[in-house]
Write a protein that binds this ligand. Sequence first.
Ligand code: NDP
Length: 483
Amino acid sequence: MTQNTQVYINGQWRAGASEVENRNPSDVSDLIGIYAQASAAQLDEALDAAARAQKIWWAAGIQKRHDVLMAIGTELMARAEEIGRIIAREEGKPAAEGKGEVYRAGQFFTYFAAEALRNQGDLAESVRPGIEIDVRRDPVGVVAIISPWNFPVATPAWKIAPALAFGNAVVWKPANLTPASAVALTEIIARQDIPAGLFNMVLGSGRDVGQRLVESPRVQAISFTGSVPVGRGIAAAAVANMTKVQMEMGSKNPMLIMDDADLDLAVAHAAGAAFGGTGQKCTAASRLIVHEAVHDAFVEKLVVAANAFKVGHALEAGTQLGPVVSEGQLAQNLAYIDKGRAEGAELLCGGTRLERATDGYFMAPAVFAQTRNDMVINREEMFAPITCVIKAGSYGEALALANDSAFGLTAGIMTRSLSRASHFRANMNAGCVMVNLPTAGTDYHVPFGGRGASSFGPREQGRYAAEFYTSVKTAYVAAGAPE
Ligand code: NDP
């Protein structure tokens, strides 16, 4: 069944200026739908409507905001299976993972429903007698949200939920590769009792709609998740307007496998973190830094684990790895395989396109061994089911290799040593550090973000989200003596 859909602006579904096709990466003969692309005038209308609606929403108070967010979250959780299948069909992750993603998206809304009630400030004494000080958090205003295709419901959810919780309006540009997920989430939000224009969904290409959105002086804050080059452009546009900006971008997450690790657990965690979601996660384990004492045994088991993944149609029972998201992404992945070989890395398994019953972008998960940290495959985010093993002679050398990267999102260590784990936690330069856990997989109630080229601006998620979605106001009040 195909869908013909519209953009959502100022409380109404509208036909766009043009349309794009959305096809299933597991089966390109499956046309999911035709999706509208917002025009420049529609985007401008959305921005005007958002500015008006934001004031009404802020004045409506915290109980209203709580109730709306709770309703959105509850519906997402109740419909996780159904919407999870939409994600599986257009993004390519197995249906069970799609379901998990939608449930988690619901949890972001219910979590931030409570945060709306907990928007508390501070009281302070003044250094000048007779003056009282309070510090409160106001909304920032209109928030532009730009999200990628790899978590097409969860990523917008962890941005939209805090934006609305703290009294802001939203103009959301989803990724053009996953419009059906965007429409599903928008339909739920649009059904709520909210002011027209509070929430707008403007599908369109990043180059056109995205660029115009981030350059608009009518936007007070921009939250972006995606690639580093696009992030750099957005930061430049934000600075020109002095717009607040928050960005989560790529990484080359290292996972250290020490000589005292539980090897089977290390293999399971490394394979899961490297290949889960077809490697298309910013938290994927892409550099496996292995102590030489266990290197050969680890690599042998990892290849067995990689070859055991069942790669297939995302909606087929038993599929563990779905297709790569698009033809362009698959071509990029295969080019990285060629690049790794040309650099002298040894391809132990996978790295080829796979044929299945349907015409899709299937790829066998790949393990490169004998890699050096200075190879391109260890420097650039590949966003592919490809992982690279680097041999290290000691814990100290492994840590130094792990820290030798432009990125710093997540990092893991597999060890039974408390002192190594503690040292790693303190000395690994990353935003999230995992001990005896995969690099991927985070909770929804605590901050998420990285260092270096991985992130820019205040953290997302948990109580820390308030830093970005609010603006602090310090009030000085000299009450004077009573009459
Ligand atoms: P992009 O950074 O191009 O896309 C992310 C979002 O930004 C999309 O909604 C996109 O729109 C939008 N966008 C693109 N250009 C602009 C612009 N000039 N101004 C405003 N918004 C813009 O990533 P891709 O999806 O193309 O993926 C490319 C690579 O990025 C991947 O291979 C991966 O390495 C990395 N990536 C990292 C992610 C992460 O979570 N860390 C997530 C996704 C990608 P649209 O695509 O609809 O045109």
